[in-house]
Ligand binder design. Structure first.
Ligand SMILES: [Zn+2]
Length: 146
């Protein structure tokens, strides 16, 4: 167990549900590209955290963009940031997972915020992390087409 820090999200932080030439098919609606502003979830996350708490989840049960790629494209070699966000992330802040949505790995959870933190924790040989777990119904009102 490690210290948990409050959830902080930059206003511009988003996640996209779409096919990506590098990461593969991360769409959830057929033929529709939708995006989520992580900042919009703050109230929902706080509500959930009050009811269910923050949950410990095994990384093996989580799909995140890059989880199935070689290490030359992850961590300090991250294709999205050149390793910058991985190096500077605060891995004590819980990530956000969606439960029961399709993902390329067929895993139980899809990470929508915190992939650099997961990679960071993995680099310390940790097998579980702390997460806010949401259902698709929680985020549906905030999905928008792009
Ligand atoms: Zn990155």
């Amino acid at each position: 167990m490690y210290i948990i820090e409050p959830f902080i999200s930059a206003l511009e932080e988003t996640t996209t549900f779409a096919y990506d030439p590098i990461y593969g098919d991360w769409s959830i609606l057929k033929g529709v590209i939708v995006r989520l502003n992580i900042h919009d979830l703050i109230d929902v996350i706080n509500e959930k955290a009050n009811i269910e708490g923050i949950q410990e989840v095994k990384f093996d049960d989580i799909a995140w963009k890059g989880f199935d790629m070689d290490m030359d494209k992850r961590g300090s070699n991250c294709v999205c940031c050149g390793g910058e966000r991985y190096i500077h992330c605060n891995n004590r802040i819980p990530g956000i997972l969606l439960k029961g949505v399709k993902n390329p790995g067929g895993r139980k959870y899809r990470c929508i915020d915190g992939k650099h933190r997961i990679e960071s924790l993995l680099s310390y040989n940790m097998e579980v992390g702390n997460f806010f777990v949401l259902d698709i119904e929680d985020v549906k009102p905030f999905l928008y087409k792009i």
